[in-house]
Design a protein around this ligand. Structure first.
Ligand code: HEC
Ligand code: HEC
Ligand code: HEC
Ligand code: HEC
Ligand code: HEC
Length: 374
């Protein structure tokens, strides 16, 4: 293999970028693992899928080509390896492209799993099951093998239709700056400025999992291993009314961008929101979210953070107490208390097999909080 002769101006630019990158919390690696200068080497395309069309940002693949495959401790270990002060991601050639969200073979899914087992899923679940059943996840059609949703089309229940089918990122997607249509461009600079740990939501790289605006604390291995002491901290809001616009900073507010009626009544529709005739209180008309669970009566038995039905924290107490604590303003119900964001082997991409309960193999996460309902 010959090397390209890189013009000196580009060398300067690349050097500047390397320095810039190393000064931040982001990753770097061999640029050529992920980028190609001309999408050509010995006259052949350099894209991972061998397509001739070059991609924006000189990339060798789109989102899914890097985020496809099975997770293992080896490929996830990449985030922890260091050269000097820099975190290094070795990139595709060393088969360590980071977190994998789409597998082509069945991933291991165990409700509340804490083992980090080969073939296992991360916090978001996996898109694998959506290709089998529409109801098992978000039909992100930019993933090969995932068709549009046959029942729901492009319409999120509780919200208006999108202008195209769901994508990973951009205007019709979830990650990145949703004011930008193109999925790769909507993430511009994110991978090279990925803040780990506590994120403030100001930039894409500094937002919870590149969801612009969302705050939280990121688990370094994306919950490859997970326990009450080892998990993401989700942001929630303690609401007493539901007529305000959904907060961009919370996980449930983020879901409400598309599924608004399931979260708040700010649309002015009488059928929207969660609160019933007595306002944002029992009796409810939809399950509450961005609502701090009382620690009394049946709910007192949810005594600490439970990864089987996780709860969110308000910003002011995001890092107060232990990871396992679920004190006041840290017991906030959110969409991800019951759902996975990408997909799961269960109906409505639920964390547990709700429809199977109480049959064999069925599971009931509802009882972790509703401890007196049998
Ligand atoms: C060239 C390979 C590549 C491409 C293309 C790529 N990613 Fe990534 N992505 C990675 C790697 C490697 C990491 C791990 C980065 C780290 O640990 O800092 C990552 C991390 C992430 C994360 C986790 C961020 C966090 O907070 O830990 C998200 C979310 C993500 N990518 C989304 C996307 C989306 C959406 C696209 C397409 C618009 C995309 N990626 C395109 C390689 C890629
Ligand atoms: C960019 C818009 C968008 C956002 C943000 C969004 N969704 Fe969706 N969601 C959709 C669309 C479109 C559908 C219907 C098509 C499909 O299932 O993919 C859908 C479907 C669903 C379904 C039903 C799946 C099925 O096929 O029956 C659930 C459950 C769901 N979303 C939960 C969530 C949760 C939880 C969040 C936040 C973590 C979220 N959504 C954020 C657009 C969105
Ligand atoms: C592990 C994969 C990976 C490696 C290694 C990598 N990049 Fe990137 N880079 C990406 C992804 C993905 C994007 C596009 C999305 C984004 O910006 O988050 C990107 C975007 C860029 C951009 C345009 C957006 C920005 O951040 O300014 C530049 C320039 C860039 N990379 C330069 C480099 C250089 C120089 C190197 C080597 C020091 C390098 N990259 C190594 C994955 C990688
Ligand atoms: C993380 C804890 C938690 C989980 C898990 C949970 N709930 Fe709830 N649920 C609550 C809280 C807290 C309330 C509101 C109680 C109040 O009025 O303060 C509530 C309210 C309700 C209500 C309305 C009661 C009323 O007074 O109007 C129903 C019905 C309900 N939940 C059913 C379910 C079902 C079914 C599941 C499983 C799919 C579930 N819940 C899972 C905590 C939870
Ligand atoms: C207490 C648990 C719980 C919480 C919290 C919760 N959901 Fe659900 N959700 C469910 C269950 C259970 C179903 C499936 C009902 C069924 O199978 O009949 C469902 C179904 C859905 C559907 C599919 C509706 C359809 O028409 O097919 C969407 C979309 C959805 N949820 C979005 C959300 C969003 C957005 C949030 C946060 C604002 C949220 N959910 C919070 C338990 C929950």
């Amino acid at each position: 293999m010959h090397r390209h002769i890189i013009p000196s101006a580009l060398v300067l630019l690349l050097t500047a970028l390397v320095c810039d990158v190393s000064a931040q919390h982001g990753h770097t690696g061999f640029c050529g693992d992920c980028h190609t200068m001309h999408n050509s080497q010995d006259g052949q395309p350099m894209r991972f899928d061998s397509a001739a069309q070059p991609l924006p940002q000189l990339l060798r693949g789109d989102c899914v080509s890097c985020h496809m495959g099975l997770n293992s401790s080896t490929n996830l270990a990449a985030t922890t390896s260091k050269i000097g002060r820099r975190s290094v991601v070795r990139g595709m050639q060393a088969s360590s492209p980071g977190p994998r969200v789409m597998s082509e073979s069945p991933p291991t899914y165990i409700w509340g799993d804490s083992a980090g087992r080969s073939g296992g899923t991360l916090a978001g679940g996996n898109f694998y099951w959506v290709a089998i059943n529409d109801a098992f996840g978000h039909n992100v059609t930019t993933i090969p093998g995932v068709p549009p949703d046959g029942r729901l089309g492009n319409t999120p229940p509780g919200g208006p239709p999108l202008s195209s089918s769901l994508r990973c990122a951009g205007t019709n997607g979830c990650h990145g700056n949703t004011m930008i249509e193109d999925q790769l461009l909507s993430l511009e600079k994110a991978h090279h400025s990925n803040v780990q740990g506590t994120v403030d939501g100001v930039t894409v790289g500094g937002s919870y999992r590149f969801l612009l605006g969302v705050k939280g604390v990121e688990d370094p291995d994306w919950e490859w291993t997970v326990s009450d002491q080892d998990h993401n901290h989700y942001a929630g809001e303690v609401r007493t009314v539901e007529t305000n616009l959904p907060s961009q900073a919370t996980m449930s507010g983020f879901c409400a961008r598309c599924h608004g009626d399931f979260h708040n009544a700010s649309s002015g529709k009488t059928s929207a929101g969660e609160g019933g005739p007595s306002g944002f209180a029992s009796p409810w008309i939809r399950h509450p979210n961005d609502y701090d669970m009382s620690a009394r009566e049946e709910y007192s038995a949810y005594a600490g953070y439970d990864v089987r039905a996780p709860v969110a924290r308000a910003s002011a107490v995001m890092t107060t107490g232990s990871d396992g604590a679920a004190g006041a303003n840290q017991r906030i119900i959110m969409c991800l208390t019951c759902h996975r964001a990408h997909g799961s082997p269960n109906n409505a991409m639920l964390r547990w097999n709700y429809r199977g309960w109480p049959g064999p193999g069925g599971q009931d996460g509802c009882q972790l909080c509703h401890t007196t309902k049998f």
